[in-house]
Design a protein around this ligand. Structure first.
Ligand code: HAM
Length: 386
């Protein structure tokens, strides 16, 4: 699903929460010509749910599984793995409260990363319960925070009053030290949420997903209920989450739809690329066969274009300078573009119905006969045979 990059700020205030860091500090907010407050979207989930409700997608059968990919914006202090504009790909599964779905979302994303060659990842889970569990917990947390008030930063003093759970998002070291001893929500889960969390763990075990429980993981968004999770990589330093997600059973209703449970996750593409690069996997992605087709004097354009299009249709990365310079200049360019092969079609080749194929690494070349210019299978055989 594709949603707009610009949304009304109100959407995120209502969904992520007024007293979250994202809404209070990190949104790029503007006024349009009519004085309406708009912003660059800081995340995808709220927009997906807005679009889900506005387009009546509830009528579709079964669990609605939606994916998205695109730029997000947060006014954070840039550093490695943390940017003001970054790219997320996300998946949202709308329409079931089963912990099987939470497990499936975690497993699917983990498997995707593993298929990319990333095996040293940690899955961290927690449960933030529901409105009912929250009642007793917030009383206990508020009491604790009140007793530590003099040690808290100014932001946390406000959070303690307005939205106590958000103190766990604080990055100030002194506050973090205080919160090590704070009561945790997981100890306050009532039967339904406790059972949900126990079942999630059981399903993850059955799916061979190794996980850690972090009782302080609350994930900076007010819309979460029950499961929250992250997939992290040690190689990223302090910005270590490649993916974050969780269940948000109240969000659809809160935004004007029919009460509908849902769960989802989003991954940061730049962080993913950093981890892939550090683990040496990025080279493999770029490892596709690259062929440079030279364009020589007196070769009719259609013959050249046919050859280029033929290779592209065969999914070969095909490059050319599109200029009729000397062969030496074109081969130099092929070299700079890191082509594996150069395909040379000069006047001699045209006359003889042949092509010269130059292996750019070994600097050896050979001429092959072509039976049909429109379907030069001999060229493919040569390129694939090495
Ligand atoms: P999030 O944890 O804020 O969750 O973001 C998801 C991922 O986006 C992070 O794990 C990280 O990889 C990447 N990311 C976040 N901020 C930055 C940044 N400033 N620079 C680079 N990468 C970043 C969400 O956005 C939720 N909407 C996820 C979700 C979907 N929950 C349920 N469904």
């Amino acid at each position: 699903m594709v949603t707009p990059i610009i949304e009304y700020s109100e959407l995120f205030k209502r969904s992520i929460g007024d007293f979250t860091d994202i809404v209070q500090k990190e949104m790029f907010v503007f006024q349009d010509r009519k004085g309406r407050e708009i912003c660059l979207r800081p995340e995808g989930t709220a927009s997906i749910i807005r679009a889900y409700i506005e387009n009546n997608l509830a009528f579709l059968p079964g669990v609605k599984k939606i994916f998205y990919f695109g730029p997000m914006f947060r006014a954070e202090r840039p550093q490695k793995g943390r940017y003001r504009q970054f790219t997320q790909f996300g998946t949202e599964a709308i329409g079931s409260d089963s912990p099987l779905l939470d497990a499936e979302v975690i497993k699917m994303n983990l498997e995707l990363f593993q298929k990319m060659g990333l095996n040293e990842l940690d899955v961290v889970i927690n449960s933030v319960g529901c409105r009912t569990c929250n009642k007793d917990y917030l009383i206990a947390l508020k009491k604790f925070l009140h007793s530590k008030k003099q040690h808290l930063c100014e932001d946390c003093k406000i959070r303690s009053e307005k939205n106590p759970l958000r103190v766990f998002d604080c990055k100030v070291p002194d506050c973090r030290k205080v919160y090590e001893k704070a009561p945790v929500i997981i100890d306050f889960l009532k039967d339904d949420c406790h059972g949900h969390f126990e079942n999630l763990k059981k399903h993850l075990d059955a799916l061979d997903v190794t996980y850690k429980i972090d009782p302080k993981l609350v994930r900076g968004f007010d819309y979460y209920t029950k499961t929250v999770f992250e997939i992290t990589s040690g190689s990223l330093g302090s910005q270590n989450a490649i993916l974050g997600g969780g269940r948000y059973d109240y969000l659809v209703e809160q935004m004007g739809g029919k009460s509908t449970p849902a769960v989802g996750a989003a991954a940061g593409v730049e962080r993913l690329l950093l981890v892939l690069e550090e683990s040496g996997q990025l080279k493999d992605i770029n490892n596709e066969l690259t062929v440079y087709v030279t364009l020589m004097e007196n070769i009719p354009d259609p013959v050249f274009l046919d050859l280029v299009m033929f290779l592209r249709q065969k999914d070969i990365k095909t490059l050319s300078g599109f200029s009729r310079r000397s062969l030496k200049a074109q081969l130099n360019e092929a070299n700079n573009l890191k082509a594996d092969y150069a395909v040379i079609l000069g006047e001699d080749e045209l006359k003889e119905k042949s092509l010269t194929i130059r292996n750019m690494k070994s600097s050896t070349q050979e001429k092959i006969k072509i039976t049909d210019w429109h379907n030069p299978v001999e060229l493919m055989n040569k390129l694939q045979g090495g």
